[in-house]
Write a protein that binds this ligand. Sequence first.
Ligand code: SF4
Length: 219
Amino acid sequence: MAAVTDAPPTLEAFAAAVAGCTRCPLHATRTQVVFGSGSPTADLMFVGEAPGFHEDKQGVPFVGAAGQLLGKLLAGIGLTRDDVFVANVLKCRPPGNRDPQPEEIEACESHLFRQIELIEPKVIATLGNFATKLLSGKPLGITRVHGQEQEVTLGGSRVLLYPLFHPAAALYTPRMLDVLEADFRRLPELLGREVAPPPPLQVVAPPAVEPEPVQLGLF
Ligand code: SF4
């Protein structure tokens, strides 16, 4: 697995390297690593939480009912799964679909950051709490921040981070689904938006040094 840290130059090569990852205990219970799927040059990237039962079996993220909803929402804005890239915070399934543990996220996060670096998306839509907190670097939950875009630097580039409710949660809560649909409809506008480059480093001039008073040798 040495190649993971060797930073392979393409997404495909990186996926092959991550397929053998054993950095955290989830490697022992997974069927396979679920790296992500879609366009390696996508402008729009989605980041969910972790693979579930079907994802673990098929090796593709978002393939169950939540994946069908994601596909439907994408169709509503004229896109398909092939136009975007879909990944998760964790690449291996937590047993019983339990929440990701902090040490698992810490072990796996560099894979996600490298994916972002290689894909260079314009907009990253985080799906649910785990992805939102990790990529925003803030503890605010999805209920507070959904639908509120913010410019951040990820993978060395400026991107618009756009938190959304997780489709799996919206499946069972009609009110949440309405909000998710409304937030989703803003994606085309966000994709068309110019993201400002990072501000140049401020060079702070040293404070002017007062000249020493001239000693006139009077004493
Ligand atoms: Fe590696 Fe991530 Fe899978 Fe853990 S969850 S074994 S860090 S790929």
